[in-house]
Ligand binder design. Structure first.
Ligand code: FAD
Length: 89
């Protein structure tokens, strides 16, 4: 049996969420521990930012907290700002 891998995904927007969901679709929790790090604790629907700027929507209306939907897929979430990457560690 192959070893369990540890995967860290940086960013919780379209790129990060798509990567997390796709990797989980292919790799079971027994095969891979997946953790997503993002500096914001919410996913925000970027294309709607102009509506927020114009006061037509609130930020809450175009965003949702990341932790719960990721937990459903057994992807861990941590709100962290990444400052550097130590690949040796
Ligand atoms: C007004 C507007 C309209 C758009 N309309 C469309 C459209 O109709 N169709 C379309 O396909 N695209 C559209 N786009 C583009 C689309 O929004 C972007 O391509 C998309 O948001 C890019 O996603 P991403 O995950 O690569 O990066 P981002 O959305 O920039 O997300 C970056 C993520 O990384 C996190 N992050 C950044 N730095 C750090 C750090 N140091 N440590 C930890 N986390 C960090 C952020 O918190 C965030 O979660 C639009 C963009 C705008 C501004």
């Amino acid at each position: 049996m192959s070893a369990r891998v540890r995967i860290v995904i940086l960013g919780g927007s379209f790129g990060g969420l798509t990567t997390a969901y796709e990797l989980r679709r292919h790799l079971s929790p027994e095969r891979a521990e997946i953790t997503l790090l993002a500096k914001d604790e919410r996913f925000s629907f970027v294309p709607s930012f102009p509506w927020v700027a114009m006061g037509r929507r609130s930020l809450e209306q175009i965003s949702f907290p990341l932790a719960a939907p990721l937990a459903k897929k057994q992807v861990a979430f941590a709100q962290e700002t990444v400052t550097d990457i130590d690949t040796d560690a």
